[in-house]
Design a protein around this ligand. Structure first.
Ligand code: URA
Length: 427
């Protein structure tokens, strides 16, 4: 098969099916897996072979079914984001969609590198368990409307094995391999509709818009090929989303949005993704109407109630869940120190470099620099001003939540209006 891939020849799908099965059963020498991955990385795959790969990876593990749980699959949906700084959308979106009558069995990942993972953020909530098997996930989805669990070896096990080999062979950044990895896991949730948020910009997985569009098209093609009605939204990832970056801080901000408050960019992204899914499932006649429905459940408390119930179903004690919804700062872990930075100039914020802020948050302990690092949920960055905001000399503009002392190098990077962030100065 490798020779045919290198020659860009077509080959029977059964070759891929057998290969993936052998990978999942650990029946193939790792050198052969490496050779196969290198061939795909270098020469790509024809569209039909990519779909066959995605399908075989999906079928390598359990596929969740919904009809047997009394749920109409037409209303079972999910979203995937390629990852951004401050990207906390799932935490609000899943309960908001549940409040609109959809079912969301969301499998999410942990963060590695500069973007945080939804699972790490949720684990900031005392008692919240993300180790949920498919049977329990179905019960929670039937009862509450949504459940967010960590990916496990039960779903698409071939992906975990292939991903580990991709990681050490430098073959992660391959569009067909990324496509099959992401879509196989989403399709195994048994969903009928999917929205993909493909980020582009300095802090995105795909930095150029062209590459983001190429990945978006590839994933839409594979998901549709597996019978999952899918659209992609390509959105920018140059500045952090919302005002808070860090695990507890992002839960805090999500609860704010679920209480009908919070930053406008965050509300807009949640309603854009939710509006599309409501439209795709026929719950709304247009995306615009779907967006309005999401805004409505965010402001009338019904999305917050679904979030509270999801927390309780996933192990959070009742009184803690109640308090989380009203006074989250009293429940969530916080850092031992806060350092406030004051602006040295006046102007309008024209740039907040998401990548540099993310690296600093990661160094403070909010993310993992390598696999196995322990996350510090309390640390992070809190912006008092957003992009475009006016700021005056002496204004407190950034609060750094930290446990270890901030070294002068970090303060200098954070404090300066230079390459990290910039101001259009007032005359
Ligand atoms: N996320 C995944 O799950 N798989 C990839 O290949 C890349 C990002």
């Amino acid at each position: 098969m490798c020779e045919k891939i290198r020659n860009r020849e077509k080959f029977p799908h059964v070759f891929i099916e057998n290969f993936v099965q052998q990978v999942a059963n650990n029946k193939i020498p790792v050198e052969q897996v490496e050779e196969w991955l290198r061939a795909v990385y270098e020469f790509g795959l024809h569209d039909d072979a990519k779909i066959a790969l995605t399908k075989s990876m999906m079928e390598s593990g359990e596929i969740i079914t919904w009809e047997d749980a009394g749920i109409n699959r037409d209303f079972v949906v999910d979203k995937h984001s390629t990852g951004g700084v401050g990207d906390k959308m799932s935490i609000m979106l899943a309960p908001a969609l549940a409040a609109c009558g959809l079912y969301v069995p969301m499998l999410a990942g942990r963060g590695l590198g500069h973007t945080g993972g939804t699972i790490d953020k949720l684990e900031a909530i005392p008692g919240f368990s993300t180790d949920i098997n498919p049977k329990r996930m179905k019960e929670i989805v039937l009862d509450v409307g949504c459940c967010i669990a960590a990916q496990s070896s039960i779903i698409a096990p071939a992906d975990a094995i292939l991903y580990a080999v991709r990681d050490v062979t430098g073959t992660v950044a391959s569009i067909p391999l990324i496509t099959a990895s992401i879509i196989s896991k989403k399709a195994a949730e048994g969903i009928s509709s999917l929205v993909l948020d493909v980020k582009t910009g300095i802090a995105a997985f795909m930095q150029s818009e062209g590459a983001a569009i190429e990945l978006a098209k590839s994933m839409v093609d594979a998901a549709n090929g597996l019978g999952v009605n899918t659209i992609a939204q390509v959105t920018t990832m140059n500045s952090p989303i919302g005002n808070k970056v860090g695990n507890s801080l992002e839960i805090l901000e999500s609860v704010k949005v679920l209480n009908g408050e919070g930053p406008l960019d965050t509300i807009e992204l949640v309603s854009l993704q939710g509006g599309a899914l409501l439209h795709m499932t026929g719950k709304s006649t247009t995306i615009e109407e779907g967006k309005m429905m999401i805004r409505e459940v965010l402001s009338d408390g019904s999305a917050l109630e679904c979030f509270r119930k999801m927390c309780v179903s996933q192990g959070v004690e009742d009184d803690i869940a109640n308090k989380l919804c009203t006074e989250p700062e009293k429940i969530l872990p916080c850092s031992s120190k806060k350092t406030v930075l004051y602006s040295s100039k006046s102007g309008f914020i024209s740039k907040l470099n998401a990548m540099t802020f993310a690296k600093i948050a990661c160094e403070l302990g909010a993310g993992r620099q390598k696999l196995g690092d322990v996350i510090n949920h309390g640390v992070g960055l809190e912006f008092n001003h957003c992009l475009g905001d006016e700021i005056n000399e002496g204004d407190a503009w950034l609060i750094v939540h930290h446990d270890n002392n901030l070294n002068s190098e970090k303060i200098e990077i954070l404090d300066g209006w230079g390459s990290l962030s910039s101001l259009n100065l007032k005359e």
